[in-house]
Write a protein that binds this ligand. Structure first.
Ligand SMILES: [Zn+2]
Length: 439
């Protein structure tokens, strides 16, 4: 297929700001802390599309290097400031920060941009068509190591740039619904007539279809600064046979929203609690076009993006409220014995980071792993805040946290999770307890 034609066809006016990382972070370190009481936001975006062929992350069986780019990858930063306090959300069109990269990349950003650990939410949209991140290791391809080092500098640049350009804003929250994601734990009968679970599609099980939108508008002019959105699905409409770089559902939705609204608005996406949710069309081999019809990943991204725009347009009430508060904790979830953990990655003890923050009465819960949607819903329901945005693949890569009930059913996530039943309840309780401390 002609990748470039495909890109310009669907996203002809994509705007990507390329930052000068070095100058951005050199400047921020000399800034005094603000003590103003006005809510301010700075927004920045940077291109993070790999320039060389790289291995793509998310499917164990996929070998070989990427063969082109369908749509560019970006990192989008939104920095909130109020009364000298900061909260920075970073959305990256990546699978997440696996292989120990979360700690290393965060450390660099925190130091260069003068943030405390809980003030940074470094997140991936969980596309499986983006580079594998690696800073070292004999198994990593040299292009991927080079990419990750370059990425780290870009991320430092985009965070510092957002922090440098904070201006007074008003923000408002809205909520919609989208059927783009579906429960992926399909039930089938084995030879003995016993129900088993495989990765597929199970529309009989309810998921969390909420589309959460945060509208950020400049206070002094009638212009949008950012439309932040959150939706619970894996970004895996493309599968292991695909070798073309793409942001998949979330990335294509971001690009739709930015193109549709225009005016330089930035639309960072975040993945909600989606450990058990895939897009309705999943693991396709390519951007297939039959009779010139829209390829499924683009269709799904467009459907999600349309709902984001609809919700954003409906948000009328915009306030400019602080305070900003943040907290972070590494949660010691109950673990399976190491010999019962079936995958090599799950055997590596990776900490499960929990980061919470508030901007006025909007709360953010960053979960450093992939959790089942019911856990996200439980946190939203018990949260002491009117609006609670659940962000997974945030500040760590701590594997699957299934619900207690799913352990009896079995399936891929349960087998590969390093955690025991009850981890879900403990995680939700800790998240709610930390949220209460922010009140
Ligand atoms: Zn996953």
């Amino acid at each position: 297929m002609n990748v470039n034609n495909s890109l310009t066809r669907w996203f002809p006016s994509r705007i990507v700001a390329v930052l000068s990382c070095a100058s951005a972070f050199a400047f921020v370190t000399s800034l005094p802390a603000r003590t103003d009481e006005v809510l301010r936001v700075g927004v920045a975006t940077v291109d993070i599309t790999p320039k060389k062929p790289v291995t793509l992350s998310g499917y164990g069986g996929r070998k070989g290097l990427s063969q082109g780019v369908h749509d560019p990858l970006s990192a989008r930063a939104v920095a909130f400031g109020h009364a000298g306090t900061r909260l920075v959300l970073v959305s990256t069109d990546l699978i997440g920060f696996y292989g120990g990269t979360a700690e290393a990349v965060r450390k660099m950003i925190l130091a260069k941009c003068q943030l405390s650990p809980s003030q940074l939410f470094l997140c991936g949209i969980h596309t499986h068509s983006a580079p594998t991140l690696a800073l070292e290791g004999s198994e990593a391809h040299a292009n991927n190591i080079e990419y990750t080092e370059w990425l780290t500098q870009r991320l430092v640049g985009v965070v510092c740039d957002a922090m440098l350009h904070m201006t007074p804003v008003r923000i408002g929250f809205g909520s919609g619904s989208s059927p783009v994601g579906v429960n992926r734990r399909e039930v089938f009968m084995d030879k003995a007539g016993k129900p088993q679970i495989k990765l597929g599609r199970n529309p009989n099980v309810l998921t969390d279809r909420e589309v959460q939108v945060l509208k950020i508008a400049h206070a002094d002019k009638d212009e949008l600064a950012a439309i932040l959105f959150d939706y619970a699905t894996h970004s895996t409409s493309l599968g292991a046979k695909n070798y073309i770089v793409s942001g998949d559902v979330h990335g294509l939705a971001e690009q739709f929203v930015e193109k549709h609204l225009g005016g330089g608005v930035v639309a960072p996406a975040f993945a909600g609690a989606s450990g058990d949710i895939d897009p309705w069309c999943r693991v396709l081999p390519e951007f297939k076009t039959v009779n010139s019809w829209i390829p499924e990943p683009v269709l799904l991204g467009t459907l999600l993006g349309e709902e984001v725009v609809n919700v954003a347009n409906g948000i009328q009430k915009l306030d400019a409220d602080g305070p900003i508060r943040t907290a972070m904790k590494t949660v010691d979830l109950p673990r399976k014995p190491i010999e019962a953990t079936q995958t090599k990655t799950a055997r590596i003890l990776s900490p499960f980071n929990l980061t919470v923050g508030r901007v006025g009465d909007v709360a953010f819960v960053g979960l450093g792993g992939e959790v089942f949607n019911e856990i996200g819903k439980a946190i939203k329901t018990a949260s002491p805040f009117p609006h609670t945005i659940i962000i997974t693949h945030c500040n760590g890569a701590g594997s699957y946290v299934p619900t207690r009930r799913s352990y009896d059913e079995g399936g891929y996530e349960v087998k590969t999770s390093p955690y025991l039943p009850g981890a879900d309840e403990q995680l939700a309780q800790e998240a709610v307890r930390l949220l209460q401390e922010l009140k």
